[in-house]
Design a protein around this ligand. Structure first.
Ligand SMILES: Cc1cc2nc3c(=O)[nH]c(=O)nc-3n(C[C@H](O)[C@H](O)[C@H](O)COP(=O)(O)O)c2cc1C
Length: 119
């Protein structure tokens, strides 16, 4: 099983919520060892990545379907999201929501959705 761990804390590797995510993975590993299933974990620490905010231009739906006009680390993130069997979203609450830098990543997933619409 390919696990993608997305750490959305602005504190990066010093994050408290990341510790909880690591414990969760440890539990999974124990379960997988008994099933003899291979488990790999890929970690993304958003705080040390360059992921800009979505411009809302819909270029990724209209001009270049599936491709965002912003050239930053999000291209790598999307490839990893597609490859993963399990995605772990690890983040603290900021005003009962996700931290802004994680919201940027969530919004930038738009090129992964196909724009089938009818008027
Ligand atoms: C700007 C800001 C907003 C916060 N909002 C909330 C909140 O709405 N609810 C809550 O329980 N904690 C809130 N907290 C506390 C964090 O969730 C808490 O410090 C958390 O343990 C930080 O996790 P981290 O170490 O993984 O970044 C907030 C902290 C900050 C800095």
């Amino acid at each position: 099983m390919r696990i993608l761990l997305i750490n959305g804390s602005p504190k990066g590797k010093r994050s408290n919520s990341l510790k909880l995510a690591y414990s969760f993975i440890k539990g999974l590993e124990n379960g997988c060892t008994s099933n003899k299933e291979e488990l790999s974990v890929d970690e993304l620490h958003i705080a040390s990545m360059n992921i800009g905010a979505c411009k809302g231009c819909f270029t990724c739906w209209q001009k270049t379907p599936g491709r965002c006009c912003i050239n930053d680390d999000m291209q790598t993130v999307i490839k990893k999201l597609i490859r993963a069997d399990l995605i772990l979203w690890s983040f603290p609450l900021y005003y009962f929501n996700v931290p802004g830098m994680l919201k940027n990543l969530i919004d930038r997933q738009l090129p992964m959705s196909l724009p089938f619409m009818s008027s």
